[in-house]
Design a protein around this ligand. Structure first.
Ligand SMILES: [Zn+2]
Ligand SMILES: [Zn+2]
Length: 469
């Protein structure tokens, strides 16, 4: 689908200055000997694709060895794809290229005959249609072209604002049609969605995601809440709250308006606004709600929420940096989903099943067994000790992997390598630490999740697993 029109969209809307780094993106999971595509982009200091770069990217020793060189041309956006790359050896790899005297590594690639596929996306991109920071935003076309060719993502959602008169039938038709134009399974998925704001006490800002088409958006800003909105949507849509700690109109998700896990399966734990994991986390929003509005507070209320992350970019830079305003200045977020293959339905279904996780900055691989289950599951406790075994891999060195149980870090593994294994057994008596029945849970319950922290500042948060007593 790459053509001269895509090239012009990048060059006209985001012409980057001198190249500051080489981005190398490969699939997180490949099969031995199976051909895959590596995407290269020479990006400027704000991660726009350089139109001044005339360097050559040469494969370095290791899994990239033997691949073709890529010669970028000044005057054209410095993005390129190399098809037909293969890795034979099972294990975790990082293909590397050299450019302008420096060596650049890809995200980690797990070569495995049977590991579940991982697909990376940004569920939360704003375009000019949002009427919010319009001079910083770019077009709907750029959202999709940039996500695929600049950022190397597998999927994206242009979640433009609709509330307060910011959309209308014409804009919504543009959203619907763009999704059909740019959706290109199994290579790239375009997910239909939008951002529905809600007033104070009504659940805050929620994004709506659709499995298929949606003829008209539904907005309950004037006279509704998270539950009325979710209930008014067709069955193949759900809502996702974000920056839940933002003061003023957030932090008010309560039993009365919590719509249940079918209609609110995940929460956005991180975006360029900051991290909403727990009060005191080092990357919190600039201004924070006084009340119990963090993700751990919502889990403690008995809402089984999986985790995703996105950018909430208002510079239309999917999972990337760009010229966002001063309060949207933290590391970009990404969402990983697991699926047998890539399609917008598969992205939707994985989030609904909480078979997903959120990261900041890096494509961090998490392959886990947690308490006899996988992330996202709710399982009855069989009164046995709980075994944890996780393989993690990141682009930079992993400094810690923490296991969180009911808001407490109960195990921490330290490291200084880009890949590693964590194993631990929780022998605590869960009857002593479980939350009483509340929210969606009719029995006492315990949740666990993994937090990965890297030397670059990147983090990953697995969706939780829940045990019921
Ligand atoms: Zn906005
Ligand atoms: Zn937003």
């Amino acid at each position: 689908m790459w053509n001269s029109l895509c090239e012009r969209i990048l060059a006209v809307e985001a012409p980057g200055g001198p190249a500051a780094r080489l981005s190398i993106v490969a699939p997180s999971v490949v099969r031995p000997g199976e051909p895959f595509t590596v995407r290269l982009a020479a990006l400027d200091a704000k991660a726009y694709p350089s139109v001044e770069c005339d360097d050559v990217a040469r494969p370095a020793a290791g899994p990239a060895e033997g691949l073709a060189e890529v010669a970028f041309e000044a005057g054209r956006p410095a993005v390129a794809s190399i098809d037909g790359v293969t890795i034979e050896d099972a294990g975790r790899h990082r293909p590397a290229f050299e450019m302008a005297g420096e060596t650049w590594l890809s995200n980690p690639v797990h070569c495995s005959a049977d590991a579940p596929r991982i697909f990376w996306g940004d569920p939360h991109v704003h375009t000019v249609l949002s009427r919010c920071h319009p001079t910083a935003c770019r077009s709907l076309d750029f959202c999709f072209v940039g996500a695929r060719w600049m950022s190397g993502l597998d999927w994206v959602c242009a979640a433009d604002h609709v509330s307060n008169g910011r959309s209308g039938k014409g804009k919504w038709e543009a959203q619907r049609r763009a999704v059909r134009v740019f959706d290109d399974p199994p290579h790239f998925a375009a997910v239909l969605g939008y951002e529905a704001s809600l007033q104070g006490g009504c659940g805050g800002d929620n994004n709506v995601y659709c499995r298929g088409d949606l003829e008209d958006f539904i907005d309950h800003y004037e006279d509704g809440d998270a539950k009325t909105l979710a209930d008014a949507l067709p069955d193949d849509c759900f809502v996702v709250p974000h920056h839940t700690t933002r003061p003023g109109k957030h932090g008010e998700l309560s039993d009365a308006i919590y719509p249940g896990p079918e209609r609110m399966p995940v929460v956005e734990v991180h975006s360029k606004w900051g991290t909403g994991e727990f009060r005191g986390n080092p990357n919190a929003l600039h201004d924070i709600h006084d009340g119990p509005s963090y993700v751990q507070d919502l889990l403690a209320r008995g809402y089984p929420l999986g985790f995703i992350a996105g950018t909430d970019t208002h510079a239309t830079m999917p999972s990337s940096f760009g010229d966002d305003s001063a309060h949207i200045d933290r590391l970009p977020g990404l969402a990983a989903i697991r699926a047998g293959g890539l399609s917008h339905e598969a992205v939707y279904d994985a989030m609904l099943a909480r078979d997903c996780w959120g990261t900041s900055l890096e494509r961090i691989i998490i392959e886990e067994q947690m308490a006899g289950g996988r992330m996202g599951r709710v399982v009855p406790w069989d009164h046995a000790p709980r075994d944890f075994a996780a393989h993690v891999a990141a682009e930079s060195d992993i400094v810690s992997v923490d296991i969180v149980r009911n808001g407490e870090d109960v195990h921490s593994a330290r490291g200084d390598e880009w890949r590693g294994d964590v194993s631990w057994t929780d022998e605590a008596d869960l009857a002593q630490v479980a939350f009483e029945p509340r929210g969606w849970f009719e029995r006492p319950f315990v949740y666990y999740y993994l937090r990965v922290t890297c030397a670059s500042g990147a983090q990953a948060w697995s969706s939780p697993v829940w045990l019921t007593l």
